[in-house]
Design a protein around this ligand. Structure first.
Ligand code: SAM
Length: 414
């Protein structure tokens, strides 16, 4: 696929909520990942300006076959980027409208009394792309409070509550002292990027947890009913464990394991602050935990979030320091396969969520498929609905009869 079409496809995927920018860029299979990532990130950064230019030049009305996302990418590159180095017929089409687009750009600058393209951007967009563009997600800790009370608290602190988000675009466009309820997760509030709540009373008292949306998905998708017995196999520093405890309403039992002493100490403090009870925290290699031990005979749910390359973490730039060597990738994948296979051997297990912060297929799909093949037909993958929150809108558990099914995290269940 050509660069501009690939970028437009990523933008469309983002709009549909298919995944984050890095996931979609990697999944696109476009050979030059960094080039594609840079083009998509910059087009997004200029998106509000591009929309004005497209409207002003009436480009979409004149070119009815030109998809809007592709139009944005082309106009970005024509006016702000490298000047359409490739593009075939699309390049010719965009160039036909160059004079009108340039006139619109000049008009916009006069209107806004600026001379540089960069000055057309709002402060949040002008900042460098990457982690600085990721919204600040706040998970309400329902063990201590409820969503309505937290919303009221922030309103009293001068924030305007805009209600439940209708699209991912809306989350991305947040700025100033405004916040939204996430469109997928019912206990997740969304604030503009870089909002800092580390000194906020709600955070220091454990009423809210500063946890990215991607990190909230595994427990949400595992969705254990209150009273269940659950294993969190690689648990520290414990954000997902505390989320599991909230879903369990502190009823049932969580067995949490990790090998790292320092991370376990942090985890202990965090779980105490979050009001989590009914958990057993062990410094133990999960691979040495005996599935036949009667203690685990009622374990029906298991969350597996093993060590990985971290290549999908938002603070990292794809293709640079995040790229693990083939040897490291192989070693990680070997560990992940062993630990997943072990996890599936707990006798009463019904549902498992496997998650990583990696964009590498070797650590994700390949691990799951390899283990499922070993296990025969006992477990199967359940796709996850990404378009909407079935719990909120249909009152069913996640994954049940979604309108449109898309895989976001690998989930394996009986
Ligand atoms: N689930 C955690 C959370 O949400 O806060 C993050 C887990 S982190 C991605 C992976 C963890 O696996 C690390 O804390 C690491 O120490 C732990 N780990 C690595 N090998 C392990 C093993 N064999 N048994 C148990 N834990 C292990």
């Amino acid at each position: 696929m050509a660069l501009y079409s690939a970028a437009a496809a990523v933008l469309e995927g983002l709009e549909r909520g298919d995944g984050g920018i890095k996931t979609l860029v990697y999944n696109s299979r476009f050979p030059h990942v960094r080039q594609l990532y840079a083009l998509v990130a910059e087009t997004l950064r200029y998106s509000p300006v591009l929309e004005k230019l497209l409207a002003g030049a009436a480009l979409l009305q004149a070119e009815k076959k030109l998809p809007p996302q592709l139009a944005k990418v082309l106009v970005y590159d024509l006016l702000f980027g490298k000047g359409l180095k490739c593009g075939g017929r699309w390049k010719a089409l965009a160039r036909r409208h160059r004079a009108r687009l340039e006139a619109e750009l000049a008009r916009l600058k006069v209107q806004q009394k600026v001379s540089r393209n960069e000055d057309l951007l709002a402060p949040a967009q002008a900042a460098s792309p990457g982690a600085s563009q990721v919204p600040r997600y706040v998970r309400v800790n329902t063990l201590k409070t409820c969503v309505d009370d937290v919303i009221d608290f922030f309103k009293r602190q001068g924030y305007s509550y805009l209600g439940e988000a209708a699209s991912v675009e809306e989350l991305r466009a947040l700025s100033g002292k405004k916040f939204l309820l996430d469109l997928h997760l019912p206990e997740l509030l969304v604030f503009p990027p870089q909002t800092d709540f580390h000194d906020n009373l709600l955070y220091t008292s454990g009423h809210i947890i500063l946890q990215d949306k991607a990190s909230c998905l595994p427990a949400f998708l595992l969705s254990p009913a209150a009273g269940s017995h659950v294993i969190d196999a690689c648990a520290a520093p414990g954000n997902k464990t505390s989320h599991l405890a909230a879903l369990l309403k502190n009823k049932g039992q969580i067995f949490a394991f990790d090998v790292d002493t320092k991370r376990l100490a942090t985890m202990n403090t965090m779980l105490m602050r979050a009001g989590v009870t009914g958990f057993q925290l062990a410094q133990q290699d999960f691979l040495t935990v005996d599935p036949r031990d009667p203690k685990y005979s009622r374990v029906t749910h298991l969350l597996l979030d093993p060590s990985c390359s971290g290549s999908g973490m938002v603070t990292r730039v794809p293709g640079e320091e995040a790229a693990p060597s083939p040897e490291r990738l192989q070693a990680l994948a070997g560990f992940q396969r062993r630990v997943l296979s072990h996890a599936l051997s707990f006798p009463a297990l019904r549902r498992l969520v496997y998650s990583t912060c990696s964009l590498h297929r070797e650590e994700n799909e390949d691990v799951v498929h390899a283990v499922l093949q070993e296990q025969g037909s006992a477990f199967s993958i359940l796709p996850v609905a990404a378009e909407e929150n079935p719990q909120r809108r249909e009152g069913t558990e996640p994954g049940a009869a979604p309108k449109k099914r898309k895989r976001k995290k690998q989930r394996v269940k009986e």
